[in-house]
Design a protein around this ligand. Structure first.
Ligand code: NAP
Ligand code: MG
Length: 496
């Protein structure tokens, strides 16, 4: 057929190019019941809620220990269904003009912004993090990721050398941890969808609610059925996903230990893999640093999200001339932090995410004392229910101690001294991990020198824990490989 206006052969409209019925999405009312949580949740497969065949398990509010809802336990047959649904949805989604995928991803971002209050409350209830963080960091950054990758969806040929025709990888398994449930889902989904892939997402057992709510947003934004599927349950559900023959790509964020088992399980299979694993970030404070700001940076670096952050600045290196002063300032600052109800907007430290995580942190507090380090904890009234840990500092730490080498994933800072930049660099790099580092100094040349020498995927200068969807994030060594964010985060989702 020829277009009567242009004279060119006209293509029939793509079936998915029609605007979805709900578009443009009408802004939601300020309705507190929107944050209401269903008593039970099913599996999201092929655009439908499917009853699990293996029953359900509870998800808890870490601040009270109370049950919030019952989450579906997916079996291998459910995982298989989800992967097949993703395979069926692939051709139409991949063939959709990039501008149409972009339009839908922009809609996801806008709806997330409109529903930000609801998502912030939900995330705080399920995870235990302070509402100030979920409201000001997690949800806005999740929306920002969808905005950013929506912008790439119709420009993919510029992502590849020589303007080659971009092709998606195919069906992606994505496994995420509990510390930033919504944000990690956004980091994974946005680039995958922008490139035309389809996904089976496996959230962490203890924090599935925001991913299950996010599928409502995807549906509202017109993401077709089967493009994103969510299978919930414990690690064995992730393992079943990894084993599935129908995957083209696997993206994992979680512990180094599980990352290694996944790498071994995929050895020899044609599945492309990216791993975002653990860390033991080095935070380096020089004598010429602006001290008041540096102390705020240290606090932000280790107590953000109760220290349950892969890139947390959990090893603090302070130049010896200011070590005592930094310790004094830190102690008095920490005494002002408020620990308690995560839904209170004045709360600085919320709950530890789960009982096992709390036990792990407590065991490291014991290990540190047995190793001979000196523990100081900020005075805090510990609520009678839920799991909590006050801000904790270890001084008299030596580089060989376990508290200086192993990831604690809690509000626990190991403090060490150094004399020269060379010594700081050597100590900072003496780690199995290589995810993040921070430098505080007044001198630009020192920043460049240190940043060049640090074996860390992210290096912050005179700030810490700042994120932007345009800048790549990821690790060296046992912190994994592959990058998320920016152009680097797009490439793993394209056949190159
Ligand atoms: P995890 O135990 O490794 O779990 C991560 C995810 O993998 C969860 O969904 C988990 O399910 C699943 N899983 C567990 N065993 C599995 C298996 N054998 N096969 C496939 N999937 C499996 O880590 P986590 O304790 O949840 O999270 C904390 C870790 O994540 C820390 O080490 C942290 O540094 C890392 N992290 C890294 C980044 C990064 O970008 N580099 C970001 C955030 C967190 P269940 O939860 O249901 O067991
Ligand atoms: Mg929970």
């Amino acid at each position: 057929m020829t277009d009567s206006k242009t004279g060119y052969a006209s293509r029939p409209p793509h079936p998915l190019a029609e605007p979805p019925e709900s578009f443009p999405y009408a802004p939601s009312r300020e309705d507190p019941t929107l944050a209401a949580i269903a008593k039970t949740h099913d599996l999201w497969i092929d655009g439908e809620w499917r009853k699990p065949r293996r029953g359900r398990f509870p998800t808890l509010n870490p601040a009270t220990g109370e049950e919030l809802s019952r989450i579906a336990l997916a079996g291998p047959a459910d995982v298989d269904r989800a992967v097949r649904a993703a395979r069926r949805a692939l051709p139409a989604w991949a063939d959709l003009p990039g501008v149409e995928r972009a339009r839908r991803l922009f809609a996801v971002a806008r709806i997330l912004q409109e529903r930000s209050r609801e998502f912030a409350v939900l995330e705080t209830l399920d995870n235990g993090k302070p509402i100030r963080e979920s409201r000001d960091v997690d949800v806005p950054l999740a929306a920002a990721h969808f905005f950013y990758y929506a912008g790439w969806a119709d420009k993919l040929e510029y992502a590849l050398p020589g303007g080659r025709k971009p092709e998606p990888r195919g069906v992606c398994g994505q496994i995420i941890p509990w510390n930033f449930p919504l944000l990690m889902a956004a980091w994974k989904l946005a680039p995958a969808l922008a490139c035309g892939n389809t996904v089976v997402l496996k959230p962490a057992e203890t924090s599935s609610l925001s991913a299950l709510r996010l599928v409502e947003v995807l549906e509202q934004a017109g993401i077709p059925k089967g493009v994103v599927n969510v299978v919930t349950g414990p690690g064995e559900v992730g393992a079943a996903l990894v084993r599935h023959e129908g995957l083209d790509k696997l993206a994992f964020t979680g512990s180094t230990e599980v990352g290694k088992t996944i790498q071994a399980a995929l050895a020899g299979r044609p599945v492309s893999l990216t791993l975002e694993l653990g860390g033991k970030g080095a935070h380096i404070i020089f004598e010429d640093a602006p001290l008041s700001q540096a102390v705020e940076g240290i606090v932000q670096g280790i107590f953000f999200n109760q220290g349950q952050v892969c890139c947390a600045g959990s090893r603090l290196f302070v130049q010896e001339g200011i070590l005592d002063e930094v310790m004094d300032r830190l102690r008095s600052r920490l005494a002002t932090l408020r620990l308690g109800d995560p839904l209170d907007k004045n709360t600085d430290l919320g709950a530890i995410h789960s009982l096992p995580q709390w036990e792990k942190i407590r065991s490291y507090l014991e290990i540190g004392k047995e190793e001979g380090a000196e523990l100081w904890q900020a005075p805090a009234e510990i609520p009678s229910r839920g799991w909590w840990c006050p801000p904790s500092l270890f001084s008299n730490v030596t580089p060989s101690m376990r508290i200086a080498r192993e990831e604690i994933f809690g509000p626990v800072l190991a403090i060490l001294g150094f004399r020269t930049p060379e010594e700081a660099l050597a100590k900072a790099n003496d780690s199995l991990y290589g995810l993040s580092a921070g430098i505080w100094t007044d001198k630009g040349s020192k920043i460049f020198e240190m940043a060049r020498g640090l074996r860390a995927g992210v290096v912050w200068a005179n700030c810490y824990n700042r994120f932007d969807p345009a800048s790549p994030f990821g690790g060296y060594k046992e912190s994994g490989f592959g990058r998320e964010g920016g152009l680097h985060g797009l490439l793993p989702y394209l056949r190159t």
